[in-house]
Write a protein that binds this ligand. Structure first.
Ligand SMILES: NC(=O)c1ccc[n+]([C@@H]2O[C@H](COP(=O)([O-])OP(=O)(O)OC[C@H]3O[C@@H](n4cnc5c(N)ncnc54)[C@H](O)[C@@H]3O)[C@@H](O)[C@H]2O)c1
Length: 318
């Protein structure tokens, strides 16, 4: 099959491109290299089945022509990462709303199947023990820019559902929970690469808040496996799937685990959220996915453990 991956030079997109090419598919990547990098595509750059277009989905006049050529689209291009979102909310909203609108409109017109990347952030401040796709969503106020990421992705979801209902567009939403693995950059506040990067240099690890907030992590290889399996499945249009690991760990215990698994001499310091992000920053205490739906649809759940994830990130950072 022939795939288009918007944002394919990013962390998840690079791994997805590699996996699709290894499986014998053709891939076109369009990326403006804002947070992505050609290094993420180094292993496929010489493949005859691969082509790269450096362009911004917001302004590109080639999208129509590219989408005409493919069978399936993964729309991953987005402004990503809490730090980036807090520091540049206008770019976040424009990229995530108008970028998706543009890609979705062309996919609908040309009758192409598309998966749109959304996020566990849309569950917001809900304190449910685990989040299911049909749960109510509890977003914070618009005076806190961190919520612009969740809201922009949520608007993408509404757009997608509207296209499915009105036009029968074959669009599916995947809500990624924290996805981690080799090559993820810590520059935009992603926690595991940030911790590992400090640990391997024996530098102090900064834990935001008191570290009691918990998270679940999923190896990017597991995420990519889910994305490819979904593309092979019929009857996924108009559906939303959580994709995430279900092993829950506090951020303080995560810091300790990273120190242990990297044989580091780092110490840990706590930084208030107001200093790490912005005054009044609101964090979620827990974020655990319920993955029953994707399990029942394609038999997927995350295979790789947190120890394996951390070891992979440590090894790739050396
Ligand atoms: N990594 C995670 O834990 C996670 C969690 C939830 C959701 N997601 C979603 O998954 C997708 C991929 O995330 P990622 O972690 O690989 O992040 P990433 O930043 O590595 O990838 C995003 C890619 O999109 C590109 N991009 C951004 N704006 C663009 C534009 N206007 N035109 C063209 N390209 C553009 C960037 O250069 C980058 O390569 C995103 O949609 C993100 O919101 C990721």
């Amino acid at each position: 099959m022939k795939f288009l991956i918007t944002g394919g030079a990013g962390f998840i997109g690079g791994h997805l491109t590699e996996a699709l090419i290894s499986a014998g598919h053709s891939v076109i990547v369009i990326d403006n290299l804002s947070t992505g990098s050609l290094d993420n595509l180094r292993d496929v750059q010489n493949s005859n089945n691969f082509s790269f277009i450096e362009d911004d989905i917001l302004y590109s006049d080639k999208l129509n022509e590219i989408i005409e050529k493919v069978d399936f689209i993964y729309h991953l291009a987005a402004a990503v990462g809490v730090e980036l979102v807090v520091n540049d909310p206008i770019r976040t909203i424009e990229t995530n709303v108008h970028g998706t609108e543009k890609v979705l409109k062309i996919a609908a017109k040309l009758n192409k199947k598309i998966i749109i990347a959304s996020t566990s952030e849309v569950y917001g401040k809900s304190n449910k023990s685990s989040f299911s796709e049909n749960d109510d969503l509890l977003i914070g106020p618009s005076t806190h820019s961190r919520w612009s990421y969740a809201c922009s992705k949520l608007l993408d979801e509404f757009f997608a559902m509207a296209y499915f209902r009105s036009n029968k567009t074959q669009v599916t939403i995947t809500r990624f929970f924290n996805t981690v693995g080799p090559r993820q950059t810590g520059r935009y506040g992603m926690v595991i690469p940030r911790f590992v990067s400090s640990a391997v240099k024996n530098k102090t690890i900064s834990v935001y808040g008191d570290g009691s907030q918990t998270r679940c992590f999923c190896h990017v290889f597991d995420t990519v496996r889910a994305l490819i399996k979904l593309s092979e499945e019929d009857n996924i249009a108009g559906k939303i799937f959580n994709i995430g690991g279900t092993y829950e760990i506090s951020i303080l215990d995560l810091a300790k685990k990273v120190i242990e698994l990297s044989n580091s001499k780092s110490d840990i310091k706590f930084i208030p959220y107001s200093e790490a992000y912005e005054e009044g920053f609101e964090d979620m205490m827990r974020r655990v996915p319920n993955v029953d739906l994707i399990k029942s649809k394609i038999g997927w759940n995350a295979d790789l453990s947190l120890d394996e994830i951390i070891k992979d990130v440590v090894n790739s950072s050396e």
